[in-house]
Every structure is written in structure tokens, then in C-alpha cells.
Design a protein around this ligand. Structure first.
Ligand SMILES: CC(C)(COP(=O)(O)OP(=O)(O)OC[C@H]1O[C@@H](n2cnc3c(N)ncnc32)[C@H](O)[C@@H]1OP(=O)(O)O)[C@@H](O)C(=O)NCCC(=O)NCCS
Length: 373
């Protein structure tokens, strides 16, 4: 039957936003008018958080205040540490993160005013990386590490994960990854967050919907799948045959294709450079080299480009991060955009309630139980 809606809502404008914009034909992305390449070159994640929430770059004083607030909010309430400890023994990090984000509502003293929602947003942005690091420490039998006062969000995450102060360039590379992932218009998880917010569900409920939606392999889950693919391929020379066989069998190559971009995703070009540099720095370019061969072979065979997740797998592999933390780290960065979109939804709200086209049975008479065969 003809699909009157356009399956997957492709091309449907479902919200107005001032937060970010994409030009999929030309491979461009802006946060509040600032090009993603400029932000990756110059902005810290803290600066990006401020930009997404205020739609202006911060002054020096505003940036210092934002960074101080985010640092002060990064400690986890004992309730969350206990919860994460229990979950770490029984479930994976995405389920743990979704549950911890939801439970964090119980530790938040604020009401639902816009000022309070900005404070909640900063709490969520500050705490999410620490939830992930705490989960990883506890599941490996190590003690949780409190964040340091003198480090930004990116460096503090790496510190809380390993107990060692990261190399400044490595911390900056991770900071850039957070900047690149911070927002991306009305992607599936952001849309889910805005739908929840539009019912006037609170910030934590809306963000929980967003985290849940991120999990799937067609969205945030793709980074981990790319890593699995690279592992399965094993070495750069095996990539061409592997890719050709998979495409010939009608299978998708994870990390390629995008609903909006029909050319290079501008984030993927930055991530490719970071993957190469980190591979060289840590003396293992296998992930990067294999990715390049996969990319070349896919692009020879089909009009497909790598998306943001493709080279992120190599970046995180070079950093030695466990693969099942890749999608949670996507959530940590996107928390900036989700919370900004949720506040934007509250500020000019109308319930989001689309129609459906009924394609089921025609109206028919009630059939008693004994007549149903
Ligand atoms: C991102 C994605 C879900 C977009 O989906 P979409 O807009 O619904 O696009 P479609 O799945 O309809 O793809 C359109 C065509 O490109 C092909 N295609 C899309 N992504 C592909 C991929 N990764 N590998 C091989 N072929 C792909 C589809 O098979 C389809 O071909 P057809 O017209 O011959 O049937 C899709 O590209 C995908 O599944 N990619 C892999 C997962 C991924 O990397 N997700 C992270 C996104 S940031």
C-alpha cells in the first residue's frame, strides 16, 4: 500500500530550532550559526555547551563560570554510585546509563522553571561522563574516582576512567569528539526527547527517552558495530574482500550512509584526522588503516559516505576504550544538545501528536469468543 506519510518521516519538518542546522547536500553543520569545523578547531566542550544553551559564544567570564558550574556538578550522589555499583554487576553500560540518568531525578532538588531546567541540564551534562567512568571502574573491580577540580569535562572523564592525568593532546582530541557529537538537529534521539518534553514530562524523563532511543544500532549503537566489524576484518588487506562480499550479500556496512548527508559528513573528516594522529601516537594504526581500506572499497562500490560514527570507532579503539562504552560516550556528548532542545521545546510548546494512516481491517461486527473457532 502507498505510504502517505513518507516512511521514517523523511523530509518532514517536525520542529523549528535555533540550536543547529545541517546542509546534507553540501556536508555542512552549524551550531547556532557557527560552523562545526571552526568549533572543532577552537571551542572546548564547555564552550559548546554554553553555545547550545544560550545561542551565543560565552565571554571569558561566562566561560569560566560555566566551566566552574560543570565541575561543581560533576560529583555523583551516593545514591547514584550505589545504583551504578549494582547495575555494573548485572547489565551493560547503556542500560546502566539509561537507568542512572532516570534515577538522577531523585537527587535533583530543583523545580521545573526554565532557570531550574538550565541548572538540571548542566547537572546532567556534568554527571553523565562520571556515571560512565564510575560504571567502568566498578565493573572492573576498581574503586570509583572523584573528578578533579582542575580538569575540564573531557580530561576529567579520562582521569576518572584510568586514575591518570591524560596527555593534554589526547584530552583535547577527546574534547573535540565531544564537541562534534554535542548536537545534530532533529536526529531520532533528540526527536524522542522533544516528544517527551512536549507532554510536559520533566527534563529527566525527556532525557531518559532520548538515551533509550540512542541505543539502537541504526543510531548511536553504530559506533560499537563499526568496531566489531573492524575486529572481524582483522587487517587492512582483508578489508576489500570483506566489504565486497557484504555489499554483494545486500548487507549494510556500519558507519556508512545517513538520512541527511548525501556527501561527506563534516564531522567524519575531523574524526578521520584524529583517528590517524592517535593511531600514530599510540603506535597502532591498524584500526585507522583498516577503516581507510573499508572506506575506499565502500565508496568505489556505492554512493555512500562515512558518517560520524565510522572513524569514531578508530578514535576510541586507539584510546583503548572498551567498545561497549562508545555509545554511552555518544550520550555524554549529546546530553548537551538534548537538554538544549528540551528547553527549547518547553519554551514554545505544543503537544507533538502526529496522525497515522489506518491500513488495518475494515470495520466489522463483534465476534463472540465461542464463534472464533
Ligand atoms: C543511517 C541509516 C539508518 C540511514 O537510513 P535511511 O535514511 O533510512 O537510508 P536507507 O536505509 O533507506 O538507505 C538508502 C539506500 O542506501 C543503502 N545503504 C544505506 N546505508 C548503507 C550502508 N551502511 N551500507 C550499505 N548500504 C547502505 C540502502 O541499502 C539503500 O539502498 P537501496 O535504495 O538499494 O535499498 C542507514 O544509512 C544505515 O543503516 N547505516 C548504517 C548504520 C549507521 O552507521 N548508523 C549511524 C548513523 S549516524
Amino acid at each position: 500500500m502507498a505510504d502517505a506519510t513518507g516512511k521514517g518521516l523523511e523530509g518532514v519538518v517536525a520542529a523549528q530550532t535555533r540550536i543547529s542546522d545541517v546542509d546534507g547536500q553540501h556536508g555542512r553543520l552549524w551550531y547556532a550559526g557557527y560552523e562545526i569545523g571552526d568549533l572543532a578547531a577552537h571551542a572546548s566542550f564547555e564552550e559548546t555547551v554554553y553555545l547550545l544553551h544560550h545561542l551565543e559564544l560565552p565571554t571569558e567570564a561566562e566561560l569560566a563560570e560555566t566551566a566552574a558550574t560543570l565541575r561543581a556538578e560533576s560529583n555523583l550522589d551516593p545514591l547514584l554510585v550505589e545504583l551504578i555499583a549494582s547495575l555494573a554487576e548485572r547489565t551493560g553500560p547503556m542500560t546502566a546509563l539509561r537507568t542512572a540518568v532516570s534515577a538522577a531525578a531523585a537527587t535533583d532538588p530543583d523545580d521545573d522553571s526554565d532557570e531550574a531546567n538550565l541548572r538540571k541540564a548542566y547537572r546532567l551534562i556534568a554527571k553523565t561522563p562520571q556515571m560512565i567512568a564510575t560504571y567502568q571502574r566498578l565493573r572492573t573491580g576498581a574503586d570509583a574516582i572523584e573528578p578533579r577540580d582542575d580538569l575540564g569535562i573531557a580530561a576529567n572523564f579520562l582521569y576518572a576512567l584510568t586514575g591518570k592525568q591524560p596527555d593534554p593532546q589526547v584530552a583535547r582530541d577527546f574534547d573535540v569528539v565531544l564537541v562534534l557529537y554535542a548536537d545534530h538537529t532533529l536526529n531520532a534521539s533528540t526527536f524522542a526527547g522533544r516528544v517527551a518534553a512536549a507532554t510536559l514530562a520533566d527534563m529527566y524523563a525527556a532525557v531518559t527517552a532520548a538515551v533509550a532511543t540512542l541505543q539502537g544500532p541504526l543510531h548511536g549503537g553504530a559506533i560499537e558495530e563499526v568496531r566489531e566489524m573492524l575486529e572481524e576484518i582483522g587487517s587492512p588487506d582483508r578489508a576489500p574482500d570483506w566489504v565486497r562480499e557484504h555489499l554483494a550479500a545486500g548487507q549494510k556496512v556500519m558507519g556508512f550512509g545517513h538520512r541527511v548527508y548525501k556527501t561527506w559528513d563534516p564531522r567524519a573528516t575531523v574524526l578521520r584526522e584524529i583517528a590517524e594522529r592517535l593511531g600514530k601516537q599510540f603506535g597502532d594504526t591498524r584500526w585507522y588503516d583498516t577503516s581507510v581500506r573499508v572506506q575506499e572499497t565502500v565508496m568505489e562500490a556505492k554512493p555512500l559516505y562515512p558518517n560520524v560514527d565510522f572513524y569514531t570507532a578508530s578514535v576510541y579503539s586507539a584510546l583503548g576504550l572498551p567498545p561497549d562504552l562508545y555509545t554511552p560516550l555518544f550520550a555524554a556528548a549529546r546530553m548537551a544538545g538534548w537538554t538544549a532542545h528540551i528547553r527549547e521545546q518547553y519554551a514554545d510548546n505544543r503537544l507533538i501528536r502526529p496522525d497515522s494512516e489506518y491500513v488495518g481491517p475494515e470495520p466489522r461486527p463483534w465476534k463472540p469468543l465461542e464463534a472464533r473457532g
